[in-house]
Design a protein around this ligand. Structure first.
Ligand code: NAP
Ligand code: HSE
Length: 430
């Protein structure tokens, strides 16, 4: 195993605790061999604290020694692109199956790694890379294989969902909620990946590639994070009956090949199932032409849930079922052309627009004119009195269905009006 952090310790713990159970289930003894880390002393302390002092003898910081040790499967739970990419390639070339939780690597270089695994007759398993403990990769590559998928809508980042929940339900500050998410082991080593939406974008690239049989890389997903979300918008959304969630979406409209991709904070009507997903829970809503809407929910981050997915992959390799499935299924992005994309401006939906306007006659007419002249129909309007000492008032407009491009053009035109102060905020209503 490469890495002995939050996830690695969880995997080691499960293999130790459930050794007998796994032998019963697979008919094989599954043993952890060498564990590659940067800091052996730190790993030894962690192993002793976890009540697994035996594991202490397994640690090495020498990649060559690690590669030379006997193993049939390599588990990669270190993260990042390099140097782990090289170690994974080395393992595949040595005809070792690989299990990884590393969505950053898969979203950037997945096709090359999948192809390399095929060339060497082994498999690359990656359930833990998306949705933590939820078996959503298996759902897309096995259970739902009979469907043409028409939509994926996911809450795919546990850190962001935890922060949003703590801020909206418990009144905590953004900084406090983020610190707690880090403490609980949900966040990436570099938490900007979480809050910027990049981590959800990487997961969306992996899942959408499988769902639509195309090749999508993480950098092709337009991402807006929760780091720019303002408390005022969360409060106005609540007043209108919405909760805010960071939503990763990959949509394909009937009769169209291009996929519309986006990660962005969105408003969800409170009675919708995705609005009920709180804390570090993740959810993936998948719409298939035969099955209709489905929803997969579970813990999206943290030690136990992620280790559950890693060990599940490992045991399915041990039984031989995953290698056969991997060899047979033609869904991974190495086998498909790059996806055609719906341009960001052509993404359709309902929208929330928040403006800061002077409280004087004729302002509303100018705003609605900018929208109406672009064919955008207003659904609701909300205005509060100016706050103490201020002359500008916040004005919220929600629209019926329109393209993002049209709404942004209207917002830009509105921003240029004399009566408007500050840049408009545009958020999608799902
Ligand atoms: P973590 O707590 O930071 O642990 C990373 C481990 O990898 C540490 O033991 C670290 O060693 C080791 N490592 C990192 N770079 C290394 C290198 N160059 N050489 C040797 N060892 C190295 O991270 P984590 O939360 O367990 O996440 C691991 C992976 O799982 C990441 O890809 C992450 O995206 C993914 N993942 C995490 C979660 C989650 O909830 N945490 C969920 C799903 C997927 P040192 O401590 O000695 O530096
Ligand atoms: N940092 C990730 C999250 C870990 O918060 O969802 C799970 O992939």
């Amino acid at each position: 195993m490469i890495g002995y952090g939050t996830v690695g310790r969880g995997v080691a713990g499960l293999l130790h605790e459930h050794a007998e159970l796994y032998t019963q289930r697979t008919g094989h003894q599954v043993q952890l061999g060498r564990v590659l880390v940067r800091d052996v002393a730190k790993a030894r302390v962690a192993a002793a604290q976890a009540g697994d002092p035996e594991a202490a003898t397994r640690f090495t910081d020498d990649p060559a020694e690690f590669a030379a040790a006997p193993a049939q499967v390599v588990i990669e739970v270190a993260g990042g692109l390099d140097p782990v990419d090289g170690w994974i390639r080395q393992a595949l070339q040595a005809q070792r199956h690989v299990v990884t939780a590393n969505k950053a690597l898969l979203a950037a270089r997945g096709p090359e790694l999948f192809a390399l695994a095929r060339t060497h007759g082994v498999s690359l398993a990656f359930e833990a890379s998306c949705g933590g403990g939820i078996p959503c990769v298996t759902a897309l590559t096995a259970g739902l294989m009979g469907n043409r998928i028409t939509g994926l809508y996911g809450i795919l980042n546990g850190t962001c969902n935890y922060i949003l929940t703590e801020m909206t339900q418990r009144g905590k500050s953004y900084a406090q909620a983020l610190a707690e998410a880090k403490d609980k082991g949900y966040a990436e080593a570099d938490e900007t990946l979480d809050v910027s939406g990049a981590d959800a974008g990487q997961k969306l690239a992996v899942l959408a590639s499988l769902a639509y049989g195309v090749n999508i890389t993480g950098d092709q997903v337009p991402c807006w994070g929760i780091d720019t979300l303002e408390q005022m918008d969360v409060a106005f959304g609540a007043e209108l009956g919405y909760d805010v969630k960071l939503i990763a979406s990959a949509e394909r409209w009937p009769g169209h090949e291009p996929v519309g991709l986006s990660v962005a904070p969105c408003f969800i009507p409170r009675d919708q199932p995705l609005a009920q997903i709180h804390g570090s829970l993740n959810a993936l809503a998948v719409e298939g032409d035969a099955v209709g809407p489905t929803l997969f929910v579970g813990a999206g981050a943290g030690q136990g849930p992620t280790a559950s997915a890693v060990v599940g992959d490992l045991l399915n390799i041990v039984t031989g079922s995953y290698p056969a499935h991997f060899a047979g299924m033609r869904l991974t992005p190495d086998l498909h052309p790059p996806a055609e994309h719906v341009a960001e401006a052509d993404l359709e939906g309902r929208w929330y627009l928040r403006l800061s306007a002077q409280d004087q006659p004729g302002v509303m007419a100018q705003i609605t004119d900018a929208l109406g002249s672009r064919g955008i129909s207003v659904s609701a309007l909300l205005q509060h009195p100016p706050r103490d000492g201020e002359t500008a008032v916040p004005v919220v407009v929600t629209t019926h269905r329109a393209t993002r491009g049209n709404v942004q053009a209207a917002a830009d035109a509105i921003a240029g009006l004399d009566v408007i102060t500050g840049p408009p905020v545009v958020l999608r209503i799902l």
